[in-house]
Ligand binder design. Structure first.
Ligand SMILES: *[C@@H]1O[C@H](CO)[C@@H](O)[C@H](O)[C@H]1NC(C)=O
Ligand SMILES: *[C@@H]1O[C@H](CO)[C@@H](O)[C@H](O)[C@H]1NC(C)=O
Ligand SMILES: *[C@@H]1O[C@H](CO)[C@@H](O)[C@H](O)[C@H]1NC(C)=O
Ligand SMILES: *[C@@H]1O[C@H](CO)[C@@H](O)[C@H](O)[C@H]1NC(C)=O
Ligand SMILES: *[C@@H]1O[C@H](CO)[C@@H](O)[C@H](O)[C@H]1NC(C)=O
Ligand SMILES: *[C@@H]1O[C@H](CO)[C@@H](O)[C@H](O)[C@H]1NC(C)=O
Length: 503
């Protein structure tokens, strides 16, 4: 993902022939990465291959799904008053943070509801009757069921652990004391209209949704078939010289990763190294999913909790330690990317610097030659904020991701305006981070997709060419997101096979 950029064009001189230090390198001078990401392989992303989720029972209700409930009788939304820590009310006319409940799936019919301030919904057991609905528990405890109207799946009842259904007594009191037998019309205070405002489709959702046995089959089949040796042959024949491989933190405890993750992804990564060797492809390992989540993705419920403790940072360093140790002597290992897209301000500059220092050291413990890639933080940050750290270290690389999608500035751009944006604004962005004595620069994610509708093949070709020209000036290189994707333009394989991109 990318953020909007409104930087001034800087008259920075370009160092087209910038050369990394060659004293201890295994690379040839002027070698530049022209890579493709192997997205959606060892870290599941549902939008890349939606069919992976097809067989999950009750798959609307996966971990992290965000639900909002409008009472049919009062016409207002259920709300964790204050965002949590007190009662649940039903007096809000619109729904946002306080009115959103994140699911923890226990099994296909049983759930916990987590509110904005991270408490879990439950019943107030200190009242005499124990039926008032509150959000005060700090740890997961009480479970609920969601009963849908089979004729209109948006109409639901919520069954509490006492066996009764939630109902809106007044706008300021919600209690679990309805038998829920009043039909699905607008007069029953236990009926709510449910909206799913966000769905997560990561590896946690997939493996937990299937349960261990089925998940193991699905994941192993996916790892075995999604990326195969033939793909390395294909990319090597088509001008690609490296792969950036996203991995999740749980790979470091393969073959027995923590629940609900499934063992086996490490073996798949081993295969990738083998195939890379066979076809002369270099490998950039990319820690895409860090413990606690550095950006709200790849986690149980979308909260961003990476870097909040030293222990969490150390756990992440240990993952890098494990991976670098395993592949340091493999000639295909080219770079280790310490973490992908940490999101500011949740991932603070302090925590990321602390982590990058320790991560750099641990890579160097095993390898003098592997490049250490540091992803810039997403969000409103200074794109040179890592320079004081990275400039003092050998063989470091700053990773910037340039998309023309995830910002409103692209909303109404024409084909030509998009191309101008690449030529002018992205050139300026890249110039800003490209210095003669600083870290190398890497456009580690980009894609020839945009917000232009009804663009022709020729439009896409021009757009891709402009990006190849500009990102080709990054001193470390670039990587297309991604090799395979059901969305054609996001699939470099499809783009090459159909003549949209030629390298
Ligand atoms: C792109 O750069 C130009 C020239 O500096 C600037 O006027 C324009 O606002 C920038 N566009 C966006 C969308 O940031
Ligand atoms: C739970 O019930 C007790 C006893 O009625 C009351 O004092 C307390 O405020 C209630 N808790 C919440 C969060 O409403
Ligand atoms: C789901 O979990 C609940 C609570 O632990 C249990 O009572 C129920 O039998 C489980 N249902 C299934 C289908 O496993
Ligand atoms: C939950 O945590 C908050 C903040 O640490 C604390 O004030 C509160 O007492 C805790 N609530 C319960 C029910 O343990
Ligand atoms: C909703 O009810 C709570 C609890 O009585 C109250 O504090 C709050 O002001 C009410 N909010 C609105 C928008 O009516
Ligand atoms: C884009 O165009 C639409 C209709 O042509 C207009 O309503 C909208 O305000 C424009 N958005 C921006 C960001 O300029």
């Amino acid at each position: 993902m990318a953020t909007s950029s409104t930087r001034q064009l800087l008259s920075v001189c370009f160092f087209l022939c910038y050369m990394p230090s060659l004293s201890n390198g295994r690379v040839t001078p002027n070698f530049k990465v022209r890579a493709v990401n192997l997205g959606g392989w060892l870290v599941t992303e549902g939008w890349i291959k939606p069919s992976l989720f097809d067989g999950i029972p009750n798959k609307d209700f996966l971990d992290g799904a965000e639900l909002q409930f409008k009472s049919v009788t009062v016409g207002k939304y259920l709300c964790a008053e204050q965002g949590g820590g007190t009662i649940i009310v039903a007096n809000r006319t619109s729904a946002s943070g306080w009115e959103t409940f994140k699911l923890w799936r226990i099994n296909e019919t049983t759930f916990q509801f987590r509110v904005l301030n991270k408490q879990f919904m439950g019943l107030n057991c200190t009242t005499g009757n124990g039926i008032d609905v509150v959000a005060i528990a700090n740890t997961s405890s009480e479970t609920f069921q969601i009963v849908r109207n089979s004729d209109d799946l948006s109409r639901v009842r919520i069954k509490a652990p006492n066996g009764f259904f939630l109902q809106v007594k007044t706008e300021e009191r919600v209690a679990a004391d309805s038998k829920g037998d009043g039909g699905w019309g607008d007069s029953d205070p236990s009926v709510f209209i449910m909206t799913i405002s966000r769905r997560l489709q990561g590896e946690y959702q997939l493996t937990h949704g299937y349960g261990p046995l089925k998940a193991s089959q699905v994941m192993r089949e996916h790892w075995r078939t999604f990326i195969v040796e033939e793909d390395f042959k294909f990319i090597s024949k088509n001008g690609i010289n490296a792969v950036r491989i996203p991995v999740g933190w749980w790979i470091a405890s393969d073959p027995k990763p923590p629940h609900p993750y499934i063992g086996g992804s490490l073996k798949a990564l081993d295969h990738a190294f083998l195939w890379s060797r066979n076809y002369g492809i270099k490998v950039i390992i990319d820690l895409h999913a860090a413990p606690g989540s550095q950006n709200g993705f790849e986690h149980r419920d979308g909260f961003q909790e990476w870097g909040l403790s030293d222990q969490n940072i150390q756990q992440t360093v240990d993952v890098i330690d494990f991976l670098t140790a395993r592949y340091a002597n493999n000639p295909s290992l080219y770079a280790v990317e310490l973490i992908n897209e940490p999101l500011a301000p949740g991932a603070s500059l302090d925590s990321i610097i602390k982590y990058y220092k320790a991560g750099y050291e641990v890579v160097r413990k095993h390898s003098q030659t592997a490049y250490v890639v540091m992803s810039n933080r997403l969000g409103q940050v200074d794109p040179k904020e890592l320079f004081p750290l990275a400039s003092g270290l050998e063989r470091t690389v700053i990773d910037v991701h340039y998309y023309s999608i995830f910002s409103d500035v692209f909303n109404n751009m024409t084909v030509q305006q998009n191309i101008n944006f690449i030529n002018t604004n992205r050139t300026a962005d890249l110039n800003l981070v490209t210095t003669s004595n600083g870290p190398l620069t890497f456009v580690g994610e980009w894609v020839a997709e945009w917000k232009v509708s009804r663009a022709t093949k020729e439009d896409y070709q021009k757009f891709a060419d402009a990006q190849l020209q500009v990102y080709g000036r990054a001193t470390f290189g670039w990587a297309y997101w991604t090799l395979k994707n059901v969305n054609n333009h996001w699939s470099l394989q499809w783009m090459i096979q159909n003549g949209y991109i030629k390298l």
